[in-house]
Design a protein around this ligand. Sequence first.
Ligand SMILES: Cc1cc2nc3c(=O)[nH]c(=O)nc-3n(C[C@H](O)[C@H](O)[C@H](O)COP(=O)(O)OP(=O)(O)OC[C@H]3O[C@@H](n4cnc5c(N)ncnc54)[C@H](O)[C@@H]3O)c2cc1C
Length: 331
Amino acid sequence: MEARPASAGRGSPAYNMMYDLVIVGGGPGGAAAGVYAARKKMKVALITESFGGQSVVSAGIENWIGTKSVSGLDFAKMLEEHLRAQEDIDLLQPDLVEKVEKAKNGFTISTKEGKKLETKTILVTTGSSRKKLGVPGEKELDAKGVSYCSTCDAPIFKNKVVAVIGGGNAGLEAVVDLLAYATKVYLLEYGDKLKGDPITQEKIEKDKKVEIILNAQTTKILGDKFVAGFKYKDLKSGQEKELKLDGIFVEIGAVPNISFVKDLVKLSAYGEIAVDHKTQQTSQPGIWAAGDSSDVLYKQNNISAGDAVKAVLNIYETLNKEGGTRGGYTK
Ligand SMILES: Cc1cc2nc3c(=O)[nH]c(=O)nc-3n(C[C@H](O)[C@H](O)[C@H](O)COP(=O)(O)OP(=O)(O)OC[C@H]3O[C@@H](n4cnc5c(N)ncnc54)[C@H](O)[C@@H]3O)c2cc1C
């Protein structure tokens, strides 16, 4: 590694920065990783479209350890402030990673804003985007009765009537979460049978508060300021039907945001980045992943943060074995 000349600022045309680590994503995973990497004095950059991650839309996050309740927006501010308080981290926001290519001593990252970064290692914490129903009313009533996370929002629906859309495992688990609060839970499935775990199915089928509706295609979410009901098409009879209720949980899957590395790393059957859960290493030496973009079983803020910290510690150990951190400059 060549010493950085005193006159060479970052981005100097004569010298290209070689980062130890580039973190992609600014949710809880990316933020935790950034804080740990900076405190380890690694030469680190973090590229993200925005701070806070998926739960930024949440009215109240009540399970982020150490805080009784925090709004999604304040949560994003807390993460950003913690990152900005670090002495030595390059934050590129708002920007999006579009391409990662293998290079001689690591990787070259290209961003939407036209930046090119050289790095020895990469940590992907780009999370996922929830699959949407794509029906009228869904976007307008997002976080106003339409939710994509029962673990987070079930308590808001105490003594209310709700529906869960999707009869796979996520949908069944959402029903279980909601049964502790709601007075009635409709479970709607597009196909002619539920697809989730039979034991959970049995459990919810026995519960008098649950009404299962099969062959149902949601067509419209109703409501002005808050969800008031929804319409669905009975695929057997062709009839359009309407239900009055207070909340709708959409559990039809998630799509990991990993297009920029999908050809470099092994993916799970669900398109998530497959990792070694002891170290967060992917199948591609030099690339780690953590949080919702990885094949971790449970997708939660605290888990993303913890797994990202695990990844940084392993990256630090790996780089030290390979000759040390503090980046470098190549002519
Ligand atoms: C509505 C909702 C409410 C939730 N509430 C809770 C809750 O109360 N408690 C809880 O524990 N969990 C909650 N969750 C789950 C939790 O939000 C996720 O598990 C968590 O956000 C995952 O963190 P992450 O850092 O892995 O990814 P994310 O939070 O998804 O963050 C990914 C980040 O990467 C950025 N990004 C994406 N692609 C790129 C790219 N190509 N280049 C650069 N940046 C990119 C995004 O801008 C984003 O900032 C909720 C989820 C939803 C949808």
